[in-house]
Design a protein around this ligand. Structure first.
Ligand SMILES: C[S@@+](CC[C@H](N)C(=O)[O-])C[C@H]1O[C@@H](n2cnc3c(N)ncnc32)[C@H](O)[C@@H]1O
Length: 282
């Protein structure tokens, strides 16, 4: 495993993924019943922007850096996301961002004491950093295993509500197949959970194959949200960021249809598109 998220932390894909994640968690938080948040590929929890890896690519400058610069023009959920990021990683004196919070830290901050989070990270150095980043959160447990294997044992959870985030590194194209199999298996074990899967948009045919399998799978209620920054099939490393959301909360489709174009403008994207539509409805 060569992938380190430190090279990409806070990039445009992270802003899209984390905005969607916060929308999902806020929907769960609207009801009083306790819920579980499970993450199969958790990363290290927070990312100092002055770390060597993060500085070497500086991808965050075209991601959270641009959203922060547009902060005063933002409102609603996008403004809330920026404020949360600043609260967790900003310097209170200068207001400048020093650390970008990963999905585990965002989720652990938002859930209530009665809720629970289980975070799985296979790479030992990343896992130890994750444990340090979340040490104060008593309702969070960290596991150092293969996320797909761990997920099987975690479902169905005793709480009857909750969500699973699957956010692998896609070092090989077969990762799309692993994700697909994991979703099918997870749905057999826990059909009512909310599942959010992040995927990279590099070659359009890879994504189309993955989505075609989902359409033919027999699974229902599958929403697809995408934010593209570069023309499809460009030779930049990442043309766009996509998410599959199965069993999305009520009206998530409508809120993302509004939010994604606002995020795209905040990212000062010159080309590209946003999309939020049902791959498979009810
Ligand atoms: C894209 S990063 C996660 C970023 C994180 N979700 C966030 O948004 O802050 C993917 C992580 O998965 C880890 N990983 C790779 N293969 C794994 C596996 N089979 N099981 C669990 N973790 C794995 C990598 O070490 C990496 O930290």
């Amino acid at each position: 495993m060569k992938y380190r998220h430190s090279y990409h932390a806070g990039n445009f894909a992270d802003t899209m993924k984390h905005l969607v994640l916060i929308e999902l968690l806020n929907a769960l938080l609207r009801k009083p019943g306790e819920f579980v948040y499970i993450e199969t590929h958790a990363g290290r929890g927070e990312y100092p922007l002055d770390a060597r890896e993060t500085r070497s690519t500086s991808e965050y400058r075209e991601g959270i850096g641009r959203v922060l610069a547009a902060r005063e023009q933002l409102d609603g959920p996008l403004r809330d996301y920026v404020e949360l990021v600043l609260r967790l990683g900003g310097d209170p004196q200068s207001g400048r961002l020093q650390r970008y919070p990963g999905s585990p830290l965002l989720a652990a901050t938002l859930i209530r004491p009665s809720d629970r989070a289980v975070l799985v990270e296979l790479e030992p150095t990343e896992r130890r950093a994750l444990e340090r980043a979340l040490a104060e959160h008593r309702n969070v447990s960290v596991r150092g295993e293969d996320g797909y294997v761990a997920l099987r044992g975690l479902l169905p959870p005793p709480e009857r509500r909750g969500m699973v985030l699957i956010d692998p590194s896609y070092e090989a194209e077969e990762e799309f197949d692993r994700v697909y199999e994991a979703l099918l298996d997870a749905h057999r074990r826990w059909a009512t959970g909310i599942y959010a899967i992040w995927y990279p948009i590099k070659r359009r045919e890879t994504v189309a194959r993955f989505q075609g399998r989902l359409v033919r799978s027999g699974l229902r209620r599958i929403l697809c949200a995408e934010l593209g920054l570069y023309p499809q099939d460009s030779r930049v490393a990442l043309n766009g960021s996509g998410m599959i959301i199965m069993n999305p909360p009520w009206k998530l489709d409508e809120s993302l249809q509004t939010l994604l174009p606002v995020l795209q403008r905040a990212l000062a994207a010159r080309s590209g598109t946003t999309r939020c539509e049902w791959l498979v409805p009810e």
